[in-house]
Write a protein that binds this ligand. Structure first.
Ligand SMILES: [Fe+2]
Ligand SMILES: [Fe+2]
Length: 350
């Protein structure tokens, strides 16, 4: 506990110093005959209690208290003002300026020591409460991070579950999520949106959990009837994810539902057109198709990059949102880097 004593009278300084030191072994006292020097010291190091005389040259007790209360961290520090008993208006003004307590002259040493010790106890309680609040805020922050991590882990595991039944690989999910993030960033979306789409895009095909194996794993082309069943996966995915309190899962539901819509209104399931399709669905459509084309699958070889790029260019304005295609192509170097970093064999999902 640091105590400042501010008084132009040396005898008083010594008396108050002795009294303050007797309030506890952890008490340190610094005395100031000059209030301006005391004020400067408060700027450097916040005291835990201030004892200040009212009658001082240059700066009186009022001016001192008024100035000190404005300093950072000094709003709650107890201040005791030493005044002559008769000075009623002085006391009232001092209270208005934020003085905590008074000592009447002539000072009774026993009373002074008790007041000091009460005010320092108050200060200790205040500091403990502040530390506890800081500690609690820190714990809440840590717990929140844990919850968010758990949520992400569950989403990845759920997406893995879908992949067990799907010929698409884990690497596909990582790449298409990172392409989605690239497009979102290039389109000028904020950091929060970019982070969200990166985490939510892996959920796009979750609905394939609800598609029978005979159709999902069929090596050849699907019949019209089978294709119709396959086109239910966006709605199934949406059904699995919708209604969550989690912003991330809500976003995943939106992506699951809309990633097969097409810009010209010929997609499924709702034949949405243009900007009626949520941006997330338009972004993921580009990222998902590009990666599916350029990946090797049991039933097909990977397309050459130029051919896949051409398909995006040709599809801009019909299948895809032209702005999303343009954003993707501008980021071509970054796309190539992601392909290198996330090779098919690099991600093993078991
Ligand atoms: Fe899909
Ligand atoms: Fe996909």
């Amino acid at each position: 506990m640091l105590v400042h004593i501010v008084d132009d009278n040396d005898t008083n300084l010594m008396l108050f110093e002795q009294l303050a030191l007797r309030t506890g072994p952890d008490v340190r006292v610094v005395t100031y005959a000059d209030p301006v020097a005391a004020y400067e010291a408060c700027r450097r190091d916040v005291p835990d209690m201030i004892v200040v005389d009212y009658m001082m040259p240059v700066m009186d007790g009022h001016q001192y208290v008024e100035a000190v209360r404005k300093l950072p961290g000094l709003r709650d520090v107890p201040i005791v003002m030493v005044t002559a008993a008769a000075e009623r208006s002085v006391r009232q003004k001092a209270l208005e300026l934020g003085v905590t307590d008074f000592l009447a002259k002539p000072v009774d040493p026993a009373e002074a020591r008790l007041r000091f010790s009460n005010l320092l106890a108050l200060r200790r309680g205040h500091l403990q409460l502040r530390d506890r609040n800081r500690w609690l805020a820190d714990e809440v922050r840590k717990a929140t991070i844990t919850v968010v991590q758990r949520e992400q882990e569950l989403i990845l595991r759920l997406s893995k579950a879908a992949e067990f039944r799907d010929p698409e690989t884990g690497a596909h999910i990582v790449r298409m999520a990172r392409y989605s993030e690239l497009i979102a960033r290039r389109l000028g979306q904020d950091e929060e949106y970019c982070a969200l789409i990166l985490k939510a895009a892996p959920m796009h095909d979750l609905g394939k959990l609800g598609i029978p194996d005979g159709i999902l794993l069929k090596p050849g082309k699907l019949t019209d009837e089978e294709f119709l069943v396959m086109t239910r996966h966006p709605e199934i995915g949406h059904e699995i994810l919708r209604g969550s309190e989690s912003h991330l899962i809500q976003f995943g539901a939106e992506i699951a539902l809309t990633h097969h819509e097409k810009w010209d209104g010929s997609g499924y399931p709702n034949r949405l057109r243009g900007e009626d399709i949520p941006l997330s669905g338009r972004i993921v459509a580009v990222a998902d198709v590009f990666d599916a084309l350029t990946s090797e699958r049991p039933y097909k070889a990977a397309w050459p990059l130029e051919k896949a790029r051409k398909l995006l260019e040709d599809g801009a304005g019909s299948h895809f949102d032209p702005a999303c295609v343009a954003a993707f192509l501008v980021e071509w170097d970054a796309v190539m880097k992601i392909r290198e970093e996330v090779a098919d064999e690099a991600v093993v999902i078991y």
